[in-house]
Design a protein around this ligand. Structure first.
Ligand code: SAM
Length: 215
């Protein structure tokens, strides 16, 4: 029997996402649409829809599908938002965000990964994603963002990112030690930042001025 990538995506959504409590239909639809196998190196294609993170080179990873869904759902996107992602990696999470929001700016500190992601996202036809090479712990100056997603683990919430969160906006970031974090949501309401801590997770380190030192 031949199993198509579309079939693998449907099973991923049903078993790994719906089966574990992801409910937002827009998030589920986006994850059923975006071709994750085009975001992984050739040797990892057979595992593209597996329930795990995968290496993408340079010691970095594309996150587990479930973690992508949990973080995206936590942003509660309606379609009108301007979103900032820190940690472009393969560009997969940026593509999911671009399906669900108006504009996405995504920052990657490694130029090789940023360039590969830029090329990949352009070839897939995404016109609402800008890939920037920089230390994303400082954010990206300009109009405040309605949603900010950090896909690397940080010792604390970078103050620069909080400052760039629009009123009513949400920032989702793994916070904890170098090797283990808790998914943390910071909501800005009435000028006040309210933090809530969710499930534990394991991300590669956020390296930069307001993250971990480069080891
Ligand atoms: N979102 C990615 C995807 O969909 O493939 C996965 C991100 S990977 C878990 C974390 C990424 O964060 C790595 O590519 C790493 O180079 C990047 N990174 C770490 N510190 C950073 C920083 N200060 N600014 C920007 N990117 C950073």
């Amino acid at each position: 029997m031949i199993v198509s990538f579309e079939d693998l995506r449907s099973s991923m959504v049903a078993d790994q996402l719906v089966g574990r409590g992801i409910r937002d239909p827009r998030v589920l639809d986006a994850m059923a649409r975006v071709p994750r196998h085009l975001f992984v190196p050739a040797e990892a294609v057979p595992l593209a829809y597996a329930d795990r993170a995968l290496p993408i080179g340079h010691g970095q990873t594309i996150s587990q599908p479930y973690m992508v869904a949990v973080m995206t759902e936590a942003l509660a996107l309606s379609g009108r938002e301007r979103v900032l992602e820190v940690g472009t990696g393969s560009g997969y999470q940026a593509a999911i965000l671009a399906e669900l929001a108006r504009d996405v700016v995504t920052i990657e500190r490694r130029p090789e990964l940023a360039e590969a992601a830029r090329t990949r996202l352009a070839s897939l036809g995404y016109k609402n994603i800008t890939v920037v090479v920089a230390d994303g712990t400082a954010g990206e100056a300009g109009i405040p963002y309605d949603a900010i997603l950090v896909t690397a683990g940080a010792p604390r919430v970078p103050e620069s990112l909080k400052a760039q969160l629009a009123e009513g906006g949400r920032l989702v970031i793994p916070i904890g030690s170098y090797g283990q974090q808790d998914l943390t949501v910071v909501a800005r309401t009435g000028g006040v930042f309210v933090e809530s801590v969710h499930e534990s997770c394991v991300f590669v380190p956020l390296v930069g001025r307001e993250g971990w030192p480069d080891r």
